[in-house]
Design a protein around this ligand. Structure first.
Ligand code: ADP
Length: 319
């Protein structure tokens, strides 16, 4: 194999640039040329593809977002769109493609592989919602952003003796809420993987006030209920001075943490090795600090699993 491609797709995540850098440098290290697809699958269909050199990925390891840009592209969900993509790749003489993104992007990679074009998936999403890896690229950075916000909100919550509802991202997964809630010392954490009882939440608030707590922090995953709606419910059921903070897209930005940079470097480099070994249709990941890979079709079928021990611990520590 003499020429490979790389693209980033779906929601951006801090550390995607470090992964792109690793793909480019690892390939060039093995005397393989690399082409970057600009703008995800939309860029692939339109042939927005350019050659990347060692210098093209200089000075990006510390930057959030993705220099290759990202997009959502419905046309790529159709066979016609996918075949247009294959055509463009062939036109540029590209023989394998590394796709950095979430599960939607993996579906695109699987489709290309099924059309005879080998792809390898690299998990890039802040949501940590992909099977086959303990951590996705961007999760650690997003978590640190959320914790920083919780710490700041806690200062003002204490001063005014307020209850704060903080809504965090995660789509249908509760990992950001659970980890940030545990690390930020939240009294209550609502995640899609667990049920909640409104009476119980309010009882808990009352009890903590009785034992002298000056504030309460409730972390709500966006996949459960909107923070605003949940805040309203608390106001209706208690007399607590309640405020809501929706953290939003700030969670997707920022300079990637050291953990995400190292993870992205390891996974990006392994993806190139797999492509060069002729192993298309795989997705890379990390487990117990070892880089692993699985069939991408298996990953897409397997549900993402939350760490329920962590959930149990968070409940035990927030009594
Ligand atoms: P993420 O990769 O972060 O999960 P999306 O779910 O939006 O983000 O997916 C990103 C892109 O992947 C979509 O805009 C589309 O181009 C492509 N994609 C998603 N689902 C499929 C599918 N079933 N088949 C082919 N391509 C898909």
């Amino acid at each position: 194999m003499k020429r490979i491609g790389v693209l980033t797709s779906g929601g951006d995540a801090p550390g995607m640039n470090a992964a792109v850098r690793a793909v480019v440098r690892k390939a060039i290290y093995h005397d393989v040329e690399v082409y970057g697809v600009i703008g995800g699958y939309a860029g692939l269909i339109s042939g927005n593809i350019e050659k990347l050199e060692l210098g093209s990925v200089g000075d990006i390891i510390h930057r959030g977002g993705t220099v290759l840009l990202s997009a959502r592209c419905d046309e790529f969900k159709t066979k016609e769109g996918q075949l247009k993509g294959v055509e463009q790749l062939k036109k540029f003489g590209i023989e394998g493609l590394v796709v950095i993104g979430g599960d939607g992007s993996y579906r695109g990679a699987q489709a290309l592989t099924s059309h005879g074009f080998p792809c390898v998936g690299v998990p890039g999403t802040i949501d940590n919602d992909i099977a086959g890896t303990q951590y996705t690229i961007g999760f650690d950075t997003a978590l640190n952003t959320v914790i920083d916000a919780i710490d700041k909100i806690r200062d003002t919550a204490t001063s005014h003796e307020r209850t704060f509802v903080i809504e965090v991202m995660g789509r249908n997964a509760g990992d950001i809420a659970l980890w940030a809630g545990l690390a930020g010392g939240a009294e209550t954490i609502l995640i899609p993987e667990d049920h909640y009882d409104m009476n119980e939440v309010c009882e808990r608030l009352k009890k903590s006030k009785e034992r002298g707590k000056k504030h309460s922090i409730i972390v709500v995953a966006e996949g459960v209920i909107s923070g605003v709606e949940f805040g309203k419910k608390i106001k209706e059921m208690t007399d607590f001075d309640t405020r809501v903070s929706v953290l939003g897209h700030m969670q997707r930005g920022g300079s990637p943490s050291a953990f995400d940079r190292v993870l992205a470097s390891r996974l990006g480099a392994r993806a190139v090795e797999l492509i060069l070994e002729g192993k298309g249709g795989r997705a890379v990941g990390i487990r117990n600090n070892r880089v692993i890979d699985h069939d991408i079709a298996d990953i897409l079928e397997e549900p993402h699993s939350l760490d329920f021990n962590l959930l149990k611990l968070s409940k035990e520590l927030s009594i």
